[in-house]
Design a protein around this ligand. Structure first.
Ligand SMILES: Nc1ncnc2c1ncn2[C@@H]1O[C@H](COP(=O)(O)OP(=O)(O)OP(=O)(O)O)[C@@H](O)[C@H]1O
Ligand SMILES: [Mg+2]
Length: 244
């Protein structure tokens, strides 16, 4: 048994980096952040001891930060170093990416150079389906596929932009630039909540001084000691003091 409130040892779902477990309480799940790290659609894989706990701690802190700013998330509490209790959401199969600076696939796919500031920020929404390689959608496609109503789509994008402001300020105060990040949302009652994770796996972070990577790009492109970088970000995120 992983924790006292977990019903059984078999996950209800196991993705590339996290496993979900049922709990004794209807409507609540336990998310276990594993030490697996993957990139390029699973083409590159490794196990890095401690990585799961670093991502769990950062996600927990950032979900709490959003709640402090009246943005609802699935987060209830951390159960141990690498697992959190969450509200079970009806996940929306979209990856909502907010970009403040051009990098990654944006510079690979479009004629825009890395480091170009994007003001206003750019929201890109992909259809979350590995077998289709997460194709990019637009508003019309989202409505045609009946993934969301127009009102829900507007609300989700509004939430993504509010979250961007909160997270960007938080990182700026810690000498880190939030270049871009990916969110997953889910339906809960009549509301849309932030789910999944907000971690070094799902954000692109640059050191404000050196512009060096402080995220999964260190692993993707073998830029250095990925665990050391994840630890450095975790220390800054968890540091008490000005929270913004
Ligand atoms: N509150 C929640 N309720 C229900 N499902 C959730 C919740 N939060 C996250 N999930 C889902 O749990 C899964 C987390 O697993 P994980 O991120 O490892 O795999 P994945 O998203 O399927 O694959 P990928 O490695 O591409 O991210 C995802 O499918 C995610 O959408
Ligand atoms: Mg995932």
């Amino acid at each position: 048994m992983r924790a006292c409130n977990v019903k059984q040892g078999t996950p209800v779902y196991s993705g590339k980096a996290k496993s979900l477990y049922r709990t004794d309480k209807e409507g609540e799940l336990l998310v276990a952040f594993r030490d697996d790290i993957t990139a390029f659609d699973g083409g590159k894989k490794d196990v890095l001891t401690e990585k799961g706990s670093l991502n769990a701690k950062v996600s927990a802190r950032l979900f709490s930060l959003l709640e402090e700013h009246h943005i609802r998330t699935h987060f209830i509490r951390l159960i141990d170093n690498s697992s959190m209790l969450v509200r079970e959401l009806e996940m929306i199969p979209l990856e909502v990416i907010v970009r403040n600076i051009a990098a990654g696939s944006m510079v690979r796919n479009y004629p825009i150079s890395e480091g170009t500031p994007l003001d206003p920020p750019v929201i890109v929404i992909d259809y979350k389906d590995d077998s289709l390689h997460d194709p990019m959608l637009n508003d019309d496609l989202i409505l045609a596929m009946k993934i969301l109503s127009n009102d829900e789509l507007v609300r989700m994008k509004e939430l993504a932009l509010r979250i961007n402001i909160v997270l960007s300020r938080f990182f700026e105060a810690r000498g880190i630039i939030l270049v871009d990040f990916k969110l997953e949302f889910g339906k809960y009652g009549g509301d849309i909540l932030v789910g999944d994770e907000i971690s070094m796996d799902s954000m692109r972070l640059w050191d404000a001084k050196t512009k060096g990577s402080l995220d999964k790009d260190v692993y993707r492109f073998e830029k250095g000691d990925v665990l050391a970088v994840y630890r450095q970000v975790t220390d800054k995120v968890l540091k008490k003091g000005e929270t913004l």
